[in-house]
Design a protein around this ligand. Structure first.
Ligand code: ATP
Length: 615
């Protein structure tokens, strides 16, 4: 067989595969509508079926009316009021139904699409929440996919419904019109289809190419969005103005736009060109069919009503084919979104979970042991290498070291936000991996240096540390007092019920006040937790607040194993032990005095800080 034929077979196979794949996704998507809104879906299906056949019934009635009138005029039949009256009543009935249905179809469409959007978004949120580690969010490919799904879930489900509510009646109208014209000549529907389908196929193919090009250019589209957000969101407003960054970002926006636009412009040109060529073929086919019908009418083989039926049917077929084609494009894009959505729903957790889990020791007796622990982030760089130490119950340990030394990474491993890529972490001799992750995390109160600021009330902001404390104002107040934010809260008119954050018109706090609130969140998890991790807890605090926190530190962490990550060496003096990290390695370990005596890295850092305070 020649290479031309081979090529054709490969293309055909590919097309069949694509169509089967789309059909599969379509069949998986429809039950989602049913689940989101069963009653509305039944109503919509019935209304759509009615809508689909109304045009064919109307055209058929028109034919009967014209033929009856022609017969009466040519005296073939006698004028009969009842025949004409019933035809007119039927015609009025179909026209009435045609105008009655759309508002109800629209209502059902909107109700279902709103429910469907909420349903899909909930599924996405629940799935994202089921990832127990944060690796997924740091895998750039996966994160990109998640962003696209999140963005498109706001409108693609609506498109799916639009396509169904418009496309189904269009398809049935085309079929019923083809059936109606077939008595005029068996070859007429075939000719109309044969001259219209190449146009449909080519448009489809070009649309597919355009979609692929668009997804290849999606980094550019996302960059455009990013540069726009730099000029349009409050987070960047200060720096953009002070550093005069407006023109740089608009320039970058334009560069990304040009890159995407040039590709799309070429493809759209190709599409218009191919479309026009095949439109001419379709027009020639229709003209031939029209000529044949009119000629048969001249020779008396067809009635005037049949000519009108042909003209009206052809108009309906042409119009609905164009609309259907457009809807197929949209459906194709929607099905690609649904494919992404389904893939996302079956994506696996990257962290292994042991079932059944071992009970977490309470209290921890012998301690938490890091044994030769290594960790590399997804980009492959080693952030921790060969870390070994033991955290004894009730001990206060300070982690110090230069920026990027691996301190935060180490506490993330302890909270099991990641698993080590080498070595092991164990608690009372049992690997951390064997515990129920949620139960283990409940043992930990934590404040990260990049803590979150929630646009919720103060009480809610604190209680997020332990949602069981949500209604226990006394517990929340105690945590607020420990972190030093209680006085500020009590000075506000609505106190603990003050809404925070500008997003919903709440009050704004200063950076240090937000940090104290986050600290209160770590303290509220007091009951039942055994470990307290504070990563730079006082970075944004004024000297007085910092002094107050550290002078009561033993009180604050009472009975817990505490890990304190800080650059302020004056505040680590009271720690039972200090671990010094450098470039991912544990290089020194001991009390403040021992490390000073040793004269190593810690002593150097200490002396540098002491120098700063000398006058
Ligand atoms: N999410 C991440 N993906 C890739 N690399 C990361 C990520 N987070 C941190 N790193 C890298 O891991 C190393 C250790 O970072 P880590 O945040 O643990 O340092 P740190 O000691 O807490 O620093 P700092 O004192 O600045 O807070 C750094 O080189 C950093 O670039």
């Amino acid at each position: 067989m020649g290479s031309w034929a081979n090529n054709l077979i490969t293309r055909l196979k590919k097309t069949v595969y694509l169509i089967c794949n789309y059909a599969k996704i379509f069949c998986r998507s429809i039950p989602l509508l049913w689940k989101a809104a069963p009653r509305e879906t039944i109503f919509l299906a019935i209304a759509l079926l009615l809508q689909s056949f109304i045009p064919a019934i109307a055209v058929w009635i028109n034919k009967q009316v014209v033929d009856t009138v022609a017969d009466i005029l040519s005296s073939v039949k006698e004028y009969n009021f009842w025949t004409l009256g019933s035809l007119v009543s039927l015609w009025v009935g179909t026209i009435f139904l045609e105008s009655l249905l759309p508002p109800w179809v629209e209502l059902a469409h909107r109700n279902i699409s709103e429910k469907l959007i909420a349903d899909l978004n909930l599924k996405i949120m629940l799935k994202a929440n089921s990832f127990v580690d944060i690796n997924r969010f740091e895998d750039s490919h996966f994160y990109d996919e998640l962003q696209i799904i999140q963005e498109q879930s706001a409108y693609q489900p609506r498109y799916l419904l639009s396509v169904l509510t418009e496309g189904i009646p269009e398809l049935f109208t085309i079929i019923s019109m083809l059936v109606l014209v077939s008595p005029l000549g068996w070859w007429i529907p075939l000719l109309i289809l044969a001259t219209s389908l190449p146009q449909t196929y080519v448009s489809f193919k070009i649309q597919w190419d355009a979609w692929q090009a668009l997804s290849q250019k999606s980094p550019q589209a996302r960059r455009m969005q990013y540069y726009a957000s730099l000029l349009l969101t409050d987070t960047y407003a200060k720096e953009v103005r002070l550093f005069g960054l407006g023109s740089l970002f608009t320039q970058r926006y334009l560069e990304a736009f040009q890159d995407k636009y040039q590709t799309m412009r070429r493809l759209r040109g190709k599409q218009a060109f191919a479309f026009s060529g095949f439109a001419a073929l379709s027009a020639a086919g229709n003209a031939f069919a029209f000529y044949s019908v009119v000629q048969q009418a001249f020779t008396g083989k067809l009635t005037p009503g049949s000519v009108m039926l042909f003209i009206q049917s052809l108009a309906y077929i042409q119009q609905n084919l164009t609309y259907l084609l457009h809807n197929c494009f949209i459906l194709q894009e929607t099905l690609l979104f649904m494919e992404r959505f389904f893939k996302f729903l079956i994506s696996k957790n990257t962290m292994s979970v042991t079932i059944p889990a071992k009970p977490v020791p309470y209290p921890i007796e012998s301690g938490i042991v890091f044994e030769n622990v290594n960790f590399a982030y997804p980009d492959g760089r080693l952030a921790l290498a060969g870390i070994s130490f033991t955290l004894h119950p009730g001990e206060i340990v300070a982690l110090v070291g230069e920026n990027g030394a691996g301190k935060t990474t180490l506490v993330k491993l302890l909270a099991r936000l990641y698993d080590p890529t080498g070595g092991n972490i164990s608690v009372d001799g049992e690997s951390l991996k064997n515990f129920d992750i949620a139960v283990w995390r409940r043992q930990i109160g934590v404040l990260f240096q990049d803590f979150c600021r929630y646009s919720l009330t103060i009480a809610e902001n604190i209680s997020l540390g332990d949602i069981e404390a949500m209604d226990d104002l006394e517990r929340l107040k105690k945590a607020a007092e420990k972190s030093g934010i209680a006085d500020k809260v009590e000075s506000l008119p609505e106190q603990y019920f003050t809404l925070l954050g500008k997003q919903f018109g709440g009050t704004e706090l200063s950076g240090g006040e937000w940090q104290k609130l986050a600290l209160a969140r770590a303290f509220v998890r007091e009951e039942g937790s055994q470990i307290l991790i504070l990563d730079e807890p006082t970075a944004a605090l004024d000297p007085r607040s910092e002094y107050e926190i550290y002078s009561h530190f033993f009180d604050l962490v009472r009975g817990k194993t505490a890990i304190l990550v800080t650059h302020r060496l004056a505040s680590v003096k009271m720690a039972d032990r200090i671990l010094v990290l450098k470039a991912g390695k544990l290089i020194e370990e001991g009390t403040h005095e021992q490390l000073l005596e040793k004269g190593g890295e810690y002593a150097t850092l200490w002396n540098m800080q002491v120098e700063q305070y000398k006058f």
